[in-house]
Design a protein. Sequence first.
Length: 315
Amino acid sequence: MNQLDALRQHTTVVADTGDFHQLAAFRPQDATTNPSLILKAVSKPEYRPLLQQAVDQHRGQPLDEIVDRLLVRFGCEILSIIPGRVSTEVDARLSFDTAATVARAERIVELYQAQGVHIDRVLIKIAATWEGIQAAAQLERRGIHTNLTLLFSFSQAVACGQARVQLISPFVGRIHDWYKKAAGSGWDEAANAGANDPGVQSVRAIYNHYKRNGIATEVMGASFRNTGQILALAGCDLLTIAPELLAQLAASEGPVARALDAQAARQLDVRPVQYDEVGFRYALNEDAMATEKLAEGIRAFAADTVKLEQLILAA
């Protein structure tokens, strides 16, 4: 049995891509997209007609609406291939505006529904800022499910659990990147691999906290740099994996041991934690890695959304 199939015995496998032509080969349950992945896809000749169609059909409409229609078009194509859910991201420039995030999310869902897609097959991705988490809480109460992304810290995960969001995406690889850069020449790759990887350890702590305290929010590890990080999180609720790493797992033989276990987590001495806004902001501020990576991630997604808008204007 290859490692991808072995991983499926413990964890729901999700594909992290906008390139839906690659999906069928890996048979993921769900798929996740973001502005960077959509930009990467529409930059390929085979996807350029989708962008042109979105522009031609909606020329004259506000630019942000055309962007959302393009994102939904990709989402619908993905949903025609996978059995589960697709994650579609709200404009990162709204990450500090709760009301605007809610309005944009509702429009995206309405666009999906206009295409006959059931609301339960869509997850709205929102950056895990305080404002984003409050927007997600409002959306969840309205029956719109959310995926809180750019999540780097335990404090973000706690606040998401309090908000009863559907799913969180802690970013394993970007946490790893920060600690590796901070350590400089003192970094020991072998000593910080697998279960000792700082990104893996972050997800394990969040997973154990959720399971021990009966928090229903799904944990989906994301942003992987290598298959070792993935295998070290076997047993996580879901793992979203880029096609290149899915291919590596599919090409590798061997058993995959469960690394995270909900039943074992329930026996741990993990105390419940709560944050109000002040406590959340202070805890996040105390975590230099999470503060820097959250800001950097928002800037990068916003920049790629601008590039996407420029492609639309030029079409």
